[in-house]
Design a protein around this ligand. Structure first.
Ligand code: GAP
Length: 605
């Protein structure tokens, strides 16, 4: 990782935000190459998700929205990490991210004032009236094995003195014990951490000039909620029918307790989210007789009308993997984590995380990198739309004439069975959300009665990816060091970023063979002007050709062309041709300038 971080800074992929002021933890800027890389990734996602498909529409919503949205979504009440704090240094940690430590724990029963010194001190400090004679809170400190007990005592004295008025503490009841793999102690001071308490991750602000409770607003912690809130508007204006999706790319903000692993966990980041709305299984069954289920290990193929949530979920997991493969992250660089029932949110049916094997990932028992989350694909039932329907009082359901017609043709027994299942699902959800049992039964009955009228609330499959994590994955995946020996026997290390041409920040380097030959420069500039409306090119005439290649290799430019005397017709048969050099294997070929654009477009699209 250190090498990757260093290259990112040196070549202008990523900079620390506000670096000249010492930086700001959890915030990162993208330099010239990083900005291009990011733009390419977002463009590819947008194209794949919206323009290349008939069933997905786009949205671009605001970052600050009505705080009611975050009430309805549950973020105000439950979007929190459990946090612990070191009582000595006040450093905070996410409770689930404290690394297990082993060593000797020193326990103390409290601290008393050393009475003689204290009496003397009191005489000379008459002004201090409120003092504490003793502090008998238990406390403990973890030390590495072999360290002297005095080190623990120092931390304990700091603890008892902090915030109190103890001047001359005498520690009480010291006792030591060897402990293995505990997560209860501060990794920096060894002090026993505080009890875990929830810490809401949303950044708060005020809308308007008055900083009052009524004016509180939040920077969105995910882009998804705007999609749910705008569901009816998009549905009405896009002429889509369920199943269909709404996609959005945009900034999200989370006041992470411990931002870490470079850009992996940041406080400001970008998400690319799709909410794909589908019919509930009961509706599919009413319309198509049954719901098809598919293998959990393969792409289920083209969408079918009788797909229920399980098939759609599997479809989106596989579609997303294909997207990653298409930009150079092969399947063996990825991992998968299917959330267990205990890990799943109460409303979710399933969630598969696509992981990338980052260099800092944890390892399994065989020493293999397990990977860290790049994207989560969740089957979220009708939870989100239902919540917004309840909180806003606006209907979030849809009407489907085909369902109404199909329902009328069902046998009474089948109608009863589907009605009951839909009713039970709705009632379960309402009770879970705190609606009184009787009221929940009444509302669920209304919802289930809606089926006969062709009405239902769509369910949703949500592939939610982080742009910044993907950028970091692409950079880590592309990085390579290649050592070779030059003609004089000197070892040279070449750094090459093997980006897939689709995401590479610069697509083509354009070099005149010699800088001081105006006719070569003129021709090279002509080639640059010919190609730059189509893709990002980089003109470079400084240094020898080898150096120029090396610079583009570090930037991850997949191809470079050189304009030489043959281009100008020194060998007449090579007039208006250039040498194109491939980054990954160094091989070179001759191409006509007139063919260059299409040759490139074939490879970068
Ligand atoms: N709407 C669902 C949602 O937001 P999430 O798992 O919390 O789900 C989705 O976030 C994706 O956003 C993650 O898979 C990750 O790629 C990215 N992400 C989340 N928190 C992040 C952070 N602090 N820094 C960078 N990326 C983050």
């Amino acid at each position: 990782m250190e090498k990757i971080v260093s290259l990112c800074k040196r070549r202008g992929f990523v900079f620390q935000s506000s670096e000249i002021y010492g930086g700001i933890n959890g915030f990162w800027d993208y330099g010239p190459l990083g900005a291009e890389l990011k733009r390419n990734v977002k463009e590819l996602w947008w194209n794949t998700m919206t323009r290349q498909r008939d069933d997905i529409a786009g949205l671009e919503a605001t970052i600050i929205m009505s705080p009611q949205i975050w009430k309805a979504s549950g973020h105000v009440d439950t979007f929190a990490d459990l946090m612990v704090e070191c009582p000595v240094t006040n450093k905070r940690y996410r409770a689930d991210q404290v690394d297990p430590q082993s060593g000797v724990v020193y326990y103390y029963g409290g601290a008393l004032e050393e009475s003689a010194k204290y009496a003397e001190w009191l005489n000379s400090n008459k002004a201090v009236a409120a003092h504490r004679e003793e502090d008998l809170r238990p406390f403990s400190v973890l030390l590495e094995k072999g360290k002297p007990a005095e080190a623990a005592r120092k931390v304990a004295v700091q603890f008892y003195s902090k915030g109190g008025v103890i001047q001359f503490p005498v520690l009480q009841g010291e006792r030591a014990e060897v402990i293995e793999k505990t997560i209860l102690y501060s990794p920096d001071s060894g002090a026993r951490l505080t009890e875990a308490r929830p810490f809401n991750l949303m950044f708060k602000t005020y809308v308007g000039p008055v900083e009052s409770e009524e004016n509180v607003a939040y920077l969105r912690p995910e882009t998804a909620q705007a999609i749910f809130a705008q569901f009816q508007n998009v549905y009405a204006t896009s002429r889509q029918k369920v199943p269909f999706g709404i996609a959005q790319i945009g900034k999200a903000f989370r006041n992470e307790v411990t931002p870490r692993n470079y850009t992996f966990r940041s406080r400001e980041f970008e998400q690319m989210e799709l909410e794909f709305f589908i019919k509930p299984d009961e509706v599919i069954e009413a319309m198509h007789g049954s719901v098809v289920t598919v293998s959990e290990t393969a792409h289920p193929g083209e969408p079918q009308a009788n797909w229920g949530w399980q098939a759609w979920h599997q479809y989106w997991v596989e579609e997303r993997v294909r997207f990653y493969e298409g930009i150079g992250l092969s399947r063996n660089t990825l991992g998968f984590h299917r959330q267990t029932p205990e890990e799943l949110a109460h409303y979710a049916r399933a969630c598969v995380d696509i992981l990338f094997k980052f260099p800092f990932s944890k390892r399994d028992e065989n020493g293999e990198l397990k990977g860290e989350e790049l994207e989560g694909i969740a089957a979220r039932s009708d939870f989100d739309l239902s919540q917004h329907a309840r909180f806003s009082g606006k209907p979030m359901g849809v009407f489907d004439e085909d369902l109404r017609a199909a329902w009328g043709k069902l046998a009474k027994e089948k109608q009863d069975d589907l009605w009951r299942r839909y009713y039970e699902g709705r009632k379960r959800y309402l009770i879970k959300m705190g609606v009184a049992v009787e009221e929940a039964g009444k509302l669920a009955t209304e919802d289930a009665n809606g089926l006969a009228k062709g009405q239902y609330i769509p369910h949703v499959i949500e592939p939610s990816a982080g742009v910044d994590r993907l950028i970091l994955a692409l950079i880590a995946n592309a990085y390579s060091e290649e050592t070779s020996t030059d003609a004089k026997g000197k070892a040279e290390t070449r750094y090459v970023m093997h980006f897939h041409p689709r995401v590479a920040p610069v697509k083509l380097g354009i070099f005149p063979l010699l800088k001081n030959k105006p006719e070569l420069v003129k021709k090279a500039l002509e080639v640059r002007d010919l190609l730059r409306p189509w893709f990002n090119v980089f003109y470079d005439d400084s240094g020898n050709i080898g150096r120029r290649y090396a610079r583009q290799d570090e930037a991850g430019t997949p191809y470079c062309v050189t304009i030489d005397f043959d281009t100008l017709g020194e060998k007449p048969e090579l007039l208006d041709t250039v040498t194109i050099r491939h980054r990954d294997d160094g091989h070179q070929e001759r191409l006509k300038i007139s063919e260059l654009r299409d040759w490139m477009l074939e490879r970068i699209r």
